[in-house]
Design a protein around this ligand. Structure first.
Ligand SMILES: [Mg+2]
Length: 163
Protein backbone atom coordinates (compact mmCIF):
# COMPACT_ATOMS: atom_id res chain seq x y z
CA UNK A 1 0.00 0.00 0.00
CA UNK A 2 0.93 3.64 -0.31
CA UNK A 3 1.00 5.05 3.22
CA UNK A 4 1.43 8.76 3.97
CA UNK A 5 2.49 10.39 7.22
CA UNK A 6 1.67 13.88 8.45
CA UNK A 7 4.65 15.81 9.88
CA UNK A 8 3.67 18.26 12.64
CA UNK A 9 2.57 16.58 15.88
CA UNK A 10 2.79 13.21 14.12
CA UNK A 11 6.49 12.76 13.21
CA UNK A 12 7.87 16.18 14.27
CA UNK A 13 7.04 17.55 17.74
CA UNK A 14 5.37 20.86 18.34
CA UNK A 15 7.21 21.69 21.58
CA UNK A 16 7.73 18.81 24.00
CA UNK A 17 4.70 16.72 23.16
CA UNK A 18 6.58 13.44 22.67
CA UNK A 19 10.02 11.85 23.07
CA UNK A 20 12.39 12.34 20.16
CA UNK A 21 15.32 10.56 18.50
CA UNK A 22 18.87 11.63 19.35
CA UNK A 23 20.30 14.57 17.42
CA UNK A 24 23.83 15.97 17.73
CA UNK A 25 24.90 19.60 18.09
CA UNK A 26 25.95 19.94 14.45
CA UNK A 27 22.60 18.69 13.25
CA UNK A 28 20.96 21.20 15.55
CA UNK A 29 23.05 24.01 14.07
CA UNK A 30 22.21 22.84 10.56
CA UNK A 31 18.51 23.16 11.33
CA UNK A 32 17.76 19.44 11.44
CA UNK A 33 14.47 19.23 13.31
CA UNK A 34 13.68 16.65 15.96
CA UNK A 35 11.66 13.59 15.00
CA UNK A 36 9.50 11.38 17.16
CA UNK A 37 11.11 8.46 18.89
CA UNK A 38 10.25 5.33 16.90
CA UNK A 39 9.74 7.17 13.59
CA UNK A 40 12.51 5.27 11.84
CA UNK A 41 11.42 1.98 13.40
CA UNK A 42 7.82 2.17 12.18
CA UNK A 43 8.80 3.45 8.72
CA UNK A 44 11.48 0.73 8.32
CA UNK A 45 8.97 -1.87 9.45
CA UNK A 46 6.30 -0.77 6.98
CA UNK A 47 8.84 -0.59 4.14
CA UNK A 48 10.09 -4.09 4.97
CA UNK A 49 6.48 -5.27 4.57
CA UNK A 50 6.52 -3.88 1.03
CA UNK A 51 4.67 -0.61 1.63
CA UNK A 52 5.69 2.70 0.07
CA UNK A 53 6.00 5.53 2.58
CA UNK A 54 5.23 9.16 1.75
CA UNK A 55 4.96 12.48 3.59
CA UNK A 56 1.74 14.50 3.32
CA UNK A 57 1.88 17.79 5.22
CA UNK A 58 0.04 21.10 5.15
CA UNK A 59 3.27 22.84 6.18
CA UNK A 60 5.11 25.07 3.72
CA UNK A 61 8.55 23.53 4.43
CA UNK A 62 10.35 22.83 1.18
CA UNK A 63 10.53 19.22 0.02
CA UNK A 64 14.35 19.43 0.06
CA UNK A 65 14.35 20.52 3.69
CA UNK A 66 11.96 17.72 4.69
CA UNK A 67 14.04 15.12 2.84
CA UNK A 68 17.22 16.40 4.53
CA UNK A 69 15.70 16.15 8.00
CA UNK A 70 14.43 12.61 7.43
CA UNK A 71 17.70 11.50 5.85
CA UNK A 72 19.62 12.58 8.96
CA UNK A 73 17.65 9.95 10.91
CA UNK A 74 18.11 7.31 8.21
CA UNK A 75 14.52 7.64 6.97
CA UNK A 76 13.84 7.43 3.26
CA UNK A 77 10.45 8.22 1.78
CA UNK A 78 9.06 8.17 -1.75
CA UNK A 79 6.90 11.22 -2.39
CA UNK A 80 6.64 14.38 -0.33
CA UNK A 81 3.52 16.53 -0.67
CA UNK A 82 3.74 19.91 1.07
CA UNK A 83 1.09 22.60 1.34
CA UNK A 84 2.13 24.32 -1.91
CA UNK A 85 1.41 21.15 -3.89
CA UNK A 86 -1.58 20.17 -1.73
CA UNK A 87 -3.36 23.48 -2.38
CA UNK A 88 -2.61 23.40 -6.10
CA UNK A 89 -3.89 19.83 -6.60
CA UNK A 90 -6.95 20.06 -4.33
CA UNK A 91 -8.02 23.36 -5.91
CA UNK A 92 -7.74 21.85 -9.37
CA UNK A 93 -10.09 19.06 -8.22
CA UNK A 94 -12.51 21.46 -6.47
CA UNK A 95 -11.84 19.58 -3.25
CA UNK A 96 -12.61 21.49 -0.05
CA UNK A 97 -11.01 19.08 2.45
CA UNK A 98 -7.78 20.19 4.13
CA UNK A 99 -6.25 16.89 3.05
CA UNK A 100 -7.39 14.39 0.45
CA UNK A 101 -4.86 11.52 0.20
CA UNK A 102 -6.47 9.78 -2.83
CA UNK A 103 -5.57 12.84 -4.95
CA UNK A 104 -1.94 11.76 -4.54
CA UNK A 105 -2.45 8.01 -4.75
CA UNK A 106 -2.13 7.45 -0.98
CA UNK A 107 -4.18 4.50 0.33
CA UNK A 108 -3.87 5.26 4.06
CA UNK A 109 -2.91 8.53 5.76
CA UNK A 110 -1.57 8.82 9.32
CA UNK A 111 -2.25 12.11 11.14
CA UNK A 112 -2.77 13.60 14.61
CA UNK A 113 -5.80 15.75 13.75
CA UNK A 114 -9.29 14.54 14.57
CA UNK A 115 -10.52 16.86 11.81
CA UNK A 116 -8.66 14.70 9.30
CA UNK A 117 -10.47 11.68 10.78
CA UNK A 118 -13.80 13.44 10.21
CA UNK A 119 -12.79 14.31 6.64
CA UNK A 120 -11.80 10.69 6.05
CA UNK A 121 -15.40 9.65 6.72
CA UNK A 122 -16.95 12.49 4.76
CA UNK A 123 -14.71 12.04 1.70
CA UNK A 124 -14.30 8.29 2.01
CA UNK A 125 -10.58 7.77 2.47
CA UNK A 126 -8.65 5.75 5.04
CA UNK A 127 -6.94 7.55 7.93
CA UNK A 128 -5.28 6.46 11.15
CA UNK A 129 -5.41 9.16 13.86
CA UNK A 130 -2.55 9.01 16.37
CA UNK A 131 -2.53 11.21 19.48
CA UNK A 132 0.76 13.02 20.15
CA UNK A 133 0.57 11.61 23.71
CA UNK A 134 0.28 8.00 22.47
CA UNK A 135 3.43 6.25 23.72
CA UNK A 136 2.34 3.08 22.01
CA UNK A 137 2.05 4.79 18.65
CA UNK A 138 4.35 2.40 16.73
CA UNK A 139 2.32 -0.67 17.75
CA UNK A 140 -0.91 1.24 17.25
CA UNK A 141 0.00 2.00 13.62
CA UNK A 142 1.12 -1.60 12.98
CA UNK A 143 -2.18 -2.94 14.34
CA UNK A 144 -4.28 -0.46 12.38
CA UNK A 145 -2.46 -1.18 9.12
CA UNK A 146 -2.94 -4.93 9.68
CA UNK A 147 -6.64 -4.36 10.37
CA UNK A 148 -6.99 -2.37 7.13
CA UNK A 149 -5.25 -5.16 5.18
CA UNK A 150 -7.47 -7.83 6.79
CA UNK A 151 -10.62 -5.79 6.07
CA UNK A 152 -9.72 -5.37 2.42
CA UNK A 153 -8.95 -9.12 2.09
CA UNK A 154 -12.37 -9.89 3.57
CA UNK A 155 -13.97 -7.48 1.10
CA UNK A 156 -12.14 -9.19 -1.77
CA UNK A 157 -13.36 -12.62 -0.64
CA UNK A 158 -16.95 -11.40 -0.33
CA UNK A 159 -16.69 -9.86 -3.76
CA UNK A 160 -15.33 -13.08 -5.30
CA UNK A 161 -18.19 -15.07 -3.77
CA UNK A 162 -20.73 -12.71 -5.29
CA UNK A 163 -19.35 -12.89 -8.84
MG1 LIG B 1 -0.30 17.39 12.31
Amino acid sequence: MNISFDLDSTLIPNGNEFETEKRNQIAKLLGIEEVRKGARKIIDHLQSQGHNIHIYTTSFRSKGKIRRVLKYYGIRVNHIVNQVENQRVLRSQNMNASKYPPAFGFDVHIDDLKGVGIESERYNFKAIIIEPSDENWVENIKNNIQRIINDSNTQDRKHRKQV
